[in-house]
Design a binder for this molecule. Structure first.
Ligand SMILES: NC(=O)c1ccc[n+]([C@@H]2O[C@H](COP(=O)([O-])OP(=O)(O)OC[C@H]3O[C@@H](n4cnc5c(N)ncnc54)[C@H](OP(=O)(O)O)[C@@H]3O)[C@@H](O)[C@H]2O)c1
Length: 359
């Protein structure tokens, strides 16, 4: 049913007029209104603008679909691009044409966005050269595609809130998420232990083995922690000083119960769509500290900084050495975008949908 969708785009004068003033590459996933992603996003084909002296042309290689992309299309994310727009906040591409005055990147470089709203779900992009950053040579494509959002978030949350020494323990929920998988691996690379909470599911043992293969110290379900098993998890592990919360709701109470008094809980996602629940006593008697984190704000503040460069270099180095693998994923041709957008909204998949642009 993909061709009728395209056919409809080519033949709708209204839609052509609507999109005529935006820079849509050869094939792009565009939306003109907020709503259910697989219903409002359309695959469009138009010409690319010429490359001027300060711009570059990029052939996109891979671009994931993250919760923030979905929330932006739904109109419930704090970033609200002017519509119509091309979806996608992150991805990796290869520079295939360079304007005469460009010094930031060169032909053949693999690049990722340097701005927060590049619109990465398109086969080609022509943009100012400073809207992208080059990756270290030989960075694996899937690391490049997923480094800017989840891997950077995991890196910063493990670095910026609590001083952690090798052997210290970090606790997290939604541990099978893309961000959670990055947390496990970056923590392991730094000699930190991780206690990883996931939702109960039929294939829990398979997921547990997978997360352990990434370096997880312990993998438990929310359900198991309601009973006596909570104590077992900690028998040989130090109490976590840092907990990472991507869920909110009652899951926060579970984190609080397992933390060291005085520990810090960093909330970076709200997958349950419930408010973070905090028992009053945990603030008064346990001195638990709550903070929030948004990678977008960090990127904005630190664009092209030494810290940003150091972080990307380190993550790509771990990617090359195999210490950091891209999240478990399914590579989806651009033409199958609607099923990929629907798949992201399904529970218990533990699989990132990553768009590819070859066909
Ligand atoms: N603040 C930041 O800068 C920042 C940066 C990166 C990511 N994030 C946020 O972090 C979260 C994870 O992102 P991601 O890209 O890693 O996600 P992802 O790979 O798509 O994984 C989604 C995760 O959410 C869990 N989940 C879904 N619905 C849930 C529910 N109702 N209750 C509890 N868990 C639920 C899934 O668990 P199941 O397998 O059990 O379904 C899975 O672990 C998102 O909220 C995202 O927006 C924030």
């Amino acid at each position: 049913m993909k061709f009728p969708r395209l056919y409809q785009c080519f033949n709708s004068v209204e839609i052509k007029r609507l999109y005529s003033d935006i820079q849509v590459a050869a094939r792009a996933l565009v939306y003109a209104e907020h709503g259910d992603p697989s219903k409002v996003v359309q695959l469009m084909e138009t010409d690319l603008p010429p490359v001027d002296s300060s711009s570059v042309k990029i052939k996109m290689l891979a671009s994931p679909i993250n919760p923030a992309d979905i929330n932006t299309i739904q109109g419930v994310y704090p970033i609200k691009p002017a519509l119509p727009t091309v979806g996608g906040f992150e991805g990796v591409g290869e520079v295939i044409e360079v304007g005469g005055q460009v010094t930031e990147v060169k032909l053949g470089d693999r690049v990722i966005p340097a701005t927060n709203n590049l619109g990465t779900w398109r086969s080609h992009i022509v943009c100012p050269a400073n809207h992208v950053s080059p990756l270290p040579q030989d960075t694996p494509v899937m690391i490049g595609a997923t480094v800017r959002v989840n891997a950077c978030t995991a890196y910063r949350m493990l670095a910026d809130f609590v001083e952690l020494q090798p052997g210290d323990c970090v606790l997290q929920n939604a541990a099978n998420s893309g961000a959670g998988q990055a947390v496990i691996q970056i923590a392991a690379a730094r000699g930190l232990k991780t206690i990883n909470i996931v939702r109960d599911r039929p294939d829990f043992d398979k997921l547990k083995s997978y997360l352990e293969s990434l370096g997880a110290t312990a993998v438990v379900t929310e359900e198991s922690l309601k009973g006596k098993d909570a104590a077992k998890v900690f028998k040989e592990l130090p109490r976590p000083k840092l907990a990472l919360n991507a869920v909110g709701g009652k899951s926060t109470i579970t984190l609080i119960k397992l933390m060291e008094p005085g520990g810090t809980i960093v909330t970076y996602g709200g997958m349950s769509r419930q408010p973070v629940l905090v028992p009053t006593g945990s603030l008064i008697f346990n001195d638990v500290k709550f903070v929030g984190y948004w990678m977008t704000r960090w990127h904005d503040k630190h664009a092209n900084s030494i810290e940003a460069n150091h972080m990307i270099t380190q993550l790509c180095q771990w990617g090359k050495s195999g210490q950091l693998r891209a999240p478990n994923h399914k590579l989806v041709p651009l033409s199958d975008f609607a099923s990929a957008l629907d798949a992201v909204l399904q529970p218990f998949t533990s699989q990132k949908q990553i768009l590819s642009f070859d066909t």
